[in-house]
Design a protein around this ligand. Structure first.
Ligand code: ZN
Length: 274
């Protein structure tokens, strides 16, 4: 793992962490044979915890064209009962890395799952007071229609009531260097963020994959993938493209900062962390 800050052309990207999470393997990868998964243990020890799949609610900030863009907002302050009372630390982590909440001009959501919207609001006020928030229209429609099962929408709906939420569909441009790309399957509106600056590219892939073993086995879907078949197809297509083009990628739930390249090594397709 290197420093949490990288540059892509004239942009600067910082990896941010909210809270560590673990899920028993049977709950996380219910259809994946454990003996096959174990083949990847040595390659990616950071994704194994004592309970099962180990990850964190990761986010990124992008400085581009004079703007600060926050990609996702973690699980939130908590305490989180499902994590034994753990609390989120995103805002402290942002401050310590030079990205105070007031600096954020845009909050761009890859999707609207609980571990990606948790710090949107602080009580009745937006945590990022100067930001416009962007969320995928298809996720808004889906989760808003099932509010009882999606309490995380309490972090999203007030922003719409305040006129601070923009719903987007497919490709939108935030700055000349930062745009979105539809990568559906994990959720109906799941999107990735493409940073393209001075000939260098980074795909901030959100939850396109959760575990780095999926780079070699894109057909393996996490239980959180709402449409497993579509998620697998999208994952395969995007990973093929990343391998072919050699661009940098960033995954919210991969170990460490989540920055790396897709490469071929030892007969496998692997994630090579920066
Ligand atoms: Zn997630």
């Amino acid at each position: 793992m290197t420093s949490s800050k990288i540059t892509v052309g004239s942009t600067e990207i910082i990896s941010l962490t909210d809270v560590e999470m673990q899920f028993p393997w049977a709950a996380f990868f219910p259809t994946v044979p454990m003996n096959e998964l174990e083949e990847y243990h040595e390659l990616y020890p950071g994704s194994w915890g004592d309970v099962g799949f180990k990850t964190d609610a990761g986010c990124y900030s992008v400085r581009s064209d004079g703007m600060t863009i926050l990609i996702d907002t973690g699980l939130g302050p908590g305490p989180h009962a499902m994590l034994g009372g753990a609390t989120g630390d995103l805002v402290n982590d942002m401050r310590s890395k030079g990205v105070p909440p007031d600096d954020v001009d845009v909050v761009l959501h890859t999707h609207l799952h609980p571990d990606h919207v948790g710090w949107n609001m602080s009580g009745d006020e937006p945590t990022f007071p100067n930001a416009r928030y962007y969320a995928p229209q298809a996720d808004w429609d889906f989760f808003k229609a099932a509010l009882a099962a999606n309490p995380q929408m309490e972090q999203v709906i007030p922003l719409n009531d305040m006129g601070r939420l923009e719903l987007y569909d497919g490709e939108i441009t935030i700055t000349p260097e930062v745009s979105t790309l539809a990568t559906p399957g994990h959720t109906p509106g799941h999107s990735s963020v493409l940073v393209n600056s001075d000939g260098e590219k980074l795909l901030i892939a959100g939850d396109l994959a959760h575990h780095p073993a999926q780079v070699d086995r894109p057909e393996w879907s996490a239980a959180f993938d709402m449409d497993g078949a579509q998620a697998s197809a999208t994952r395969k297509k995007m990973l093929d493209r990343l391998l072919e083009e050699g661009h940098l990628a960033a995954f919210c739930h991969f170990p460490g900062d989540g920055f790396g390249h897709i490469a071929k090594s030892g007969g496998k397709r692997v994630f090579q962390a920066l």
